[in-house]
Design a protein around this ligand. Structure first.
Ligand code: 5GP
Length: 125
């Protein structure tokens, strides 16, 4: 079920539980600001989720409330994951869903990183 774009942060969401170590994940990258792990239902040969370590629902929430260090750290982490996975040359796609119209299912900001094959146009034509 998609979640609303606004409202209080829900501490019980699945990514909060992964961050607390209550649920396992296949970790790809971790630093002070971000954790990256494989999506449980991959939509491409490479499908990784990159999440900030602190509690933010969406890109708007994150960009509005996070410190400059958190924002820089998270953006750098997304790039580091793409580099680490060897995706710079072949290419990759980043996507962040927010709110019901985008069908966001987990109310903790996450950037999807897709790669490993030609991904085609972003939207059906
Ligand atoms: P959204 O639709 O919110 O942008 O994407 C949520 C993503 O989280 C989906 O691609 C879904 O497969 C993934 N996901 C949901 N639950 C889990 C989980 O417990 N572990 C992992 N690794 N991914 C999950």
């Amino acid at each position: 079920m998609p979640v609303a774009a606004t409202g209080d942060y829900d501490d019980a969401n699945i990514f909060a539980r992964i961050l607390r170590g209550e649920i396992p994940c296949k970790r790809v990258y971790e630093d002070e600001f971000a954790l990256a792990f494989e999506d449980i239902n991959p939509q491409a040969p490479v499908h990784v989720l990159v999440i900030p370590k602190a509690a933010y629902r969406s890109w708007a929430d994150f960009s509005g409330r996070a410190s400059d260090a958190e924002i820089a750290g998270f953006v750098r982490a997304v790039g580091a994951v793409a580099r680490q996975l060897g995706l710079e040359a072949p290419g990759y796609r980043l996507l962040a869903n927010a709110g019901e119209d985008a069908h966001q299912e987990v109310p903790h900001l996450h950037v999807h990183l897709f790669g490993g094959r030609p991904l085609g146009p972003m939207l059906a034509r």
